[in-house]
Write a protein that binds this ligand. Structure first.
Ligand code: PEP
Ligand code: MG
Length: 594
């Protein structure tokens, strides 16, 4: 903890949950408890093993206790994270590794645990992709809990802290168990030293709408309890002990954001239709079931993209057909959604899950990813397809296949789906035989053959995150080339244009669900390109609707013609930005030549 008193100290991290908050810090210190190596005599081995087994039992009881006392239903939805921790604690491979180390190295339980966990973590840390690396955090949380029990007899929970009034929790890293046992009424923000967009804490903070900034570096070394702090979850910024002036600026910004959000929420439920009658559906992208309430409030007409990877991530065993079925059935039961697009497993590239063994690849973004893996591991694919089919009997589900590169993959995926239908029909299990079947357009080859693909499927969904990555040859997770990420690049625009024209010539619909859809700036271009749907994170929906409702489609088309005459994405972007600043001066800033 810092002795220095900082004033107006600005820290930069990753804004993972939107909103601005200001309050007093409650430092959640989970510093490493010092442990000692203690050699033991052979006959003391059983005593240490018993101590370790009791610690496991105690930890499971603590976690069970947390589950029972979770403050409200919203939290309880996330209790699967605690279940995942309990499964690791009860994993025989893990416990046997510690017990064998006690026996073989003749050392105390804490030290044996430390050795085993360090070995586990070093394998996790070598992995470059964020999803799998974040799972190493789960092992750290469990280690922390067990060491505290072994050394102190109990592991302090977050509720041991006497939190008065609203607090901003500052921690090295919040364990998922910490996050979900917090009493929401007392917490107005999170800030952590480590973590990324895909960490459990970030996902849960977003789903619960608590502003959060993670990956700040050393917040726990810089703040003390009761310091004041501003958290800006949009900009990924925190300011320790802001002066009155800075605080005032942020209060103004906070009020502005609140007013803006209120104004946006007013238009959230309005129809996305231009002044001259052009309609474009506005959907939401989700990762968690818990997000359904939020997307409804923010005016989503449907779910344009449900990234199902999180289902695999949140459990130790692979999800079964029945697990899938229950999740998708729950989604189907939300009658406010006109459609729910379930994308089949898209792992590989920058996304990994620990329960599927993947080969080590030099270039995973172009490797055994998404549909390529599903076609290879048919059993894995069929469990998900059958789960979706069974749930399709209850609501307007659509199926979306990621990472298609050619027509043979589409036909193979359709053949596997047909097998699943046969198998269900034979068992007399109900499903929607006409469920819409679509593919992601995110590999450049699919834009070029979109005329052929359009006669094979019911809809397209353009994934610009990957389409831009593969078209412009820029790794989407590499910060050194991120300046080349240009949605207005003429090549990208021409690809989208060609895809939409071919789709419409075959009378099928086209959605766009990459991050580009959530940037209000691009909405006029997407309307001009005549996309049938744009799908984005919930918070961007109201602003997108405001833009749609404030423009004429004919104007958007003229604007796109002008943008397409420009030689580069930068020039097109400049023109677009300035036009939007002219038309919506409160929402966009004029920009001069960069
Ligand atoms: C995309 O590639 O644009 C997309 C929506 O999928 P993801 O970001 O999950 O790869
Ligand atoms: Mg993609």
């Amino acid at each position: 903890m810092s002795e220095e008193v900082f004033i107006n100290k600005v820290l930069k991290g990753i804004g993972v949950s939107s909103g601005i908050t200001y309050g007093r810090v409650r430092l959640l210190e989970r510093g490493k408890i010092p442990i000692n190596k203690r050699p033991i005599k052979e006959e003391q081995g059983d005593k240490e093993i018993l101590k370790f087994r009791n610690a496991i039992k105690h930890a499971v009881e603590e976690l069970n206790g947390i589950k029972q006392t979770m403050p409200d239903d919203e939290m309880r939805k996330h209790s699967f994270i605690i279940d995942a921790h309990m499964l690791i604690l009860q994993d025989e491979f893990f416990t046997n590794a510690v017990i064998n180390t006690i026996k073989e190295d003749k050392i105390n339980a804490e030290w044996a645990l430390d050795i085993v966990v360090s070995e586990f973590l070093s394998s996790f840390e070598k992995v470059e992709d964020s999803y799998l690396r974040e799972r190493g955090q789960d092992i750290k949380y469990i280690y922390d809990r067990l060491v505290r029990i072994l050394v102190k007899g109990k592991s302090s929970g977050i509720n041991d802290f006497n939190i008065k009034g609203k607090m901003i929790i500052a921690a090295h890293d919040l364990s998922p168990a910490d996050t979900i046992q917090l009493n929401l009424n007392k917490i107005s923000g999170f800030i952590t030293d480590v973590g990324g967009r895909t960490s459990h804490t970030s996902i849960v903070a977003r789903a619960l709408e608590i502003p959060a900034v993670v990956g700040v570096g050393n917040i726990t070394g810089l703040v003390k309890n009761n310091d004041t702090i501003i958290i800006d979850g949009d900009e990924g910024v925190a300011i320790i002990n802001p002066t009155k002036e800075v605080k005032k600026d942020y209060i103004v910004k906070q009020i502005h954001l609140k007013v803006q959000r209120r104004e946006f929420l007013r238009v959230a439920k309005l129809k996305p239709e231009t002044r001259d009658g052009f309609k474009m559906k506005v959907g939401a992208n989700i990762e968690l079931l818990a997000e359904m309430d939020i997307i409804e409030r923010y005016g989503a007409q449907g779910v344009g993209l449900y990234r199902t990877e999180y289902i695999y991530l949140s459990r130790k065993e692979l999800p079964t057909e029945t697990d899938h079925y229950h999740i998708y059935k729950k989604l189907s039961e939300n009658k406010a959604m006109e459609y729910i697009t379930i994308r089949t497993l898209d792992i590989g590239g920058d996304k990994f899950v620990s329960n599927i063994e993947m080969p080590k690849e030099i270039n995973p973004a172009m490797g055994l990813r998404a549909i390529r893996l599903c076609i290879k591991e048919v059993g894995l694919f069929k469990a998900q397809l059958k789960g979706i089919l069974r749930a399709s009997a209850y609501g307007p589900l659509k199926i979306l296949i990621p990472m298609i590169s050619g027509i043979d993959e589409v036909r193979r995926a359709k053949a596997i789906l047909a097998e699943c239908m046969d198998e269900l029909a034979r068992k007399k299990i109900e499903f929607n035989k006409d469920m819409k079947f679509g593919i992601m357009i995110e590999v450049p080859s699919t834009c070029m053959i979109s005329d052929k693909l359009a006669s094979e499927v019911d809809f397209f969904s353009i994934g610009t995150n990957d389409l831009i990555q593969y078209t412009l040859a820029i790794d989407r997770v590499n910060e050194y080339v991120s300046y080349l990420y240009e949605p207005m690049h003429p090549a990208v625009l021409k690809m989208i244009k060609q895809t939409v024209e071919n789709a419409h010539a075959h009378k099928i619909e086209v959605a766009l669900c990459g991050e580009m859809a959530g940037e209000a700036l691009y909405v006029p271009v997407l309307m001009a390109l005549e996309l049938d749907e744009i799908s984005m994170n919930a918070y961007s929906i109201p602003k997108a609707k405001k833009i749609i409702r404030g423009l004429d489609h004919s104007y958007c088309k003229e604007l796109l013609d002008e943008i397409l005459k420009r030689d580069s994405g930068r020039e097109g972007n400049l023109l677009l930005r300035n036009e939007m600043a002219r038309l919506f001066p409160n929402d966009f800033i004029q920009c001069y030549e960069e």
